[in-house]
Design a protein. Structure first.
Length: 216
């Protein structure tokens, strides 16, 4: 099940955004979840990873509600945290404050910024883009995690070749991007290259298995 997470502090806007996106989603393989307003942007990133969220939709202003625990960050800061820890997660912003300097300066960090008043008319195209981006994101990470598990098992059994040791180290780095200082522009092509290598190796392994079975 793929997930679109909505980060919004105002209940009325949350319901409106969720309703509009759900109306255009119409896909049993996808669901919409509410992202909680946690203590820090980093805690939100942890939640996104734990809940296996594929797409994030964030509001910019997150401190409108009085009487709740004070929120000391805004949507663009959550997006910055996502980019530090999960550089290739698709992120979108829906806001009525598109001209704020902090929003304009972070446009390159987002797949798209949608003015709140335009959400209804943009939703059909926007949701399709979210689904494509989210499915691609999920595929890359699941393929990488599958290969990581395979190589880790071989390492535990002391059966890794030199090439596989190098591949494992590279994969561990790719899946632990939070510990690097590279920019998103450098990280994304690197991750995509690694995933392509993994998929090529998986195809070769499958072909070898087919040949081995055919010889029996």
């Amino acid at each position: 099940m793929h997930k679109i997470g909505i980060l919004e502090d105002r209940p009325g806007e949350l319901v409106t955004t969720r309703t509009i996106l759900a109306r255009n989603l119409n896909d049993p393989d996808w669901m919409i979840v509410e992202v909680p307003l946690l203590a820090t942007p980093e805690r939100i990133v942890e939640w996104l990873m734990q809940e296996d969220v594929n797409v994030l939709v964030a509001d910019q202003v997150l401190d409108d509600i009085s009487g709740q625990r004070p929120i000391t960050y805004q949507g663009h800061e959550v997006i910055e945290a996502v980019r530090r820890h999960i550089p290739d997660m698709p992120v979108y912003m829906i806001t009525a404050f598109k001209d704020k300097p902090e929003v304009e300066s972070n446009l390159s960090q987002m797949e798209e910024m949608v003015p709140r008043g335009k959400l209804g008319e943009r939703a059909p195209i926007l949701v399709e883009r979210m689904k494509r981006a989210g499915a691609s994101f999920a595929h890359r990470h699941r393929a990488a995690l599958s290969r990581l598990s395979e190589l880790s098992a071989k390492k535990a059994a002391a059966r890794l070749t030199s090439a596989e040791k190098a591949e494992l180290a590279s994969l561990q780095t790719a899946l632990n991007l939070a510990d690097t200082s590279e920019t998103r522009a450098n990280l994304l092509p690197a991750l995509e290259r690694e995933v392509e290598k993994l998929e090529e190796l998986q195809s070769k392994a499958a072909a070898l298995l087919r040949k081995a079975k055919a010889r029996k």
